[in-house]
Design a protein around this ligand. Structure first.
Ligand code: SF4
Length: 388
């Protein structure tokens, strides 16, 4: 049976080929499009779309669905807003923002899809390469698809595999479908975008970066040593014992403390017990990582920490996170106080007020990891098959 894709579907599933063809049918070149009334409205919609994925507006759930426009202009604004949001994200190159956007968009699309009539659900799922009635998934697509799924039950060692096919339960197919939407949306991001277009989008990129920084700081609140992840606690303990720590360790510690709002002065004070302490070099390095040079760095993810051998003493919470900042945020939120923190003597003059004042004066245009690449909590790109 042939499924009819209407304008509501283009809005709900903007990652489908049909939606992209729809945008191509009226948009022309991005430079020209952005100067038209439709392009400007789509640009505003794209900005709101990204901002709402960073933080829900007025306490709304960030995935709250706005009323679906029914007029032709409204549909075009909405569908092209998705496409422009991808261009903005590509200019930003901030993995954390990209990750939030893709998860938010995937959740919205998934919520539409589960309410959909069966034929349409099959159509969308098939377009993404998923058979919603299958009890097994071929091994290679399964591995690609579940690479970003954290629960233990998705690991191959916990699955039944027969003749290269992985068994999945009926209710798991929907979860795979949602992940497949996320992977499809995140595919190829960041896109290669011409410098001139990024220049035009510069003010919006800056506005979104600032909103992200503000949201991060609000989430982290005051510095709580007892909520530091084991890796960061180990680095601080090593420093306090007068041990030299490796360059990746120094970078991770500095970036982490900066990201949670500690001032460069306080971070520098932390390094004064290192045997090779050099005040001017330390100040320079801390200020550099904190954004003085125009690029603010984000602490490395758990995967990156593992490759540099500074992921140590993992605890149960570590199993549920992929980034030390997420560990910290969760532990603060959960109010857990089970792991003893490092000696308070090491963290000099820490208080949220001074730390945040320093943060506010810092340059937060870009956030990068130690290799100069921007990075977020979930940096896996996979499932190359289903081109969006
Ligand atoms: S899993 Fe992550 S948070 Fe836990 S110790 Fe390792 S790097 Fe740190």
């Amino acid at each position: 049976m042939r499924v009819r894709i209407d304008e509501k579907d283009l809005i709900n599933y903007p990652f489908l080929k049909e939606s992209q063809n729809f945008v191509s049918s009226y948009s022309g070149s991005p430079e020209q499009f952005l100067t038209t009334p439709l392009g400007k409205a789509a640009l505003a919609q794209a900005k709101e779309r990204i901002l709402s994925s960073i933080v829900g507006k007025s306490g709304q759930k960030s995935t709250a669905r706005p009323a679906t426009p029914t007029d032709s202009m409204g549909v075009k604004v909405n569908v092209s807003g998705y496409a422009i949001a991808r261009v903005i994200l590509s200019c930003m190159k901030d993995r954390l923002v990209i990750d939030r956007f893709t998860r938010n968009e995937a959740q919205k699309a998934y919520e539409c899809l589960i309410d959909e009539e069966r034929e349409k659900k099959i159509f969308v799922a098939t377009s993404l390469g998923i058979d919603i009635d299958a009890a097994t998934v071929p091994l290679v697509p399964y591995v690609e698809l579940t690479a970003g799924m954290r629960e233990e039950r998705w690991r191959l060692v916990n699955r039944d595999i027969e003749h290269g096919m992985v068994k999945v339960k009926k209710n798991e197919t929907d979860e795979l479908l949602r992940e497949c939407i996320r992977v499809t949306i995140s595919r190829n991001l960041p896109l290669p975008v011409a410098g001139e277009i990024c220049e035009v989008l510069g003010p919006i990129v800056k506005e979104i970066s600032m909103a992200e920084q503000q949201h991060l700081l609000e989430q982290f609140g005051s510095v709580e040593e007892t909520c530091f992840p084991p890796c960061i606690q180990a680095l601080i303990t090593a420093l306090s014992a007068g041990t030299n720590i490796s360059h990746p360790g120094r970078f991770a510690l500095t970036a982490f403390l900066h990201n949670i709002g500690m001032s460069p002065t306080d971070i520098t004070g932390l390094f004064c017990r290192a045997p090779d302490f050099d005040i001017s070099r330390t100040i320079y390095q801390v200020q550099h990582i904190s954004g003085r040079g125009g690029t603010e760095y984000r602490a490395p993810s758990c995967a990156a920490m593992r490759t540099t051998a500074i992921c140590v003493k993992k605890d149960l919470l570590c199993e549920r996170v992929t980034h030390p900042l997420t560990y910290y945020k969760r532990k603060k939120r959960e109010g857990a106080r089970t792991s003893p923190g490092p000696s308070g003597d090491m963290l000099v003059n820490r208080n949220a007020g001074s730390a945040h004042r320093e943060k506010e004066t810092g340059n937060s245009e870009n956030v990068r990891d130690s290799r100069g690449q921007q990075q977020g909590e979930h940096d896996q790109e996979h499932n190359k098959k289903n081109q969006a």
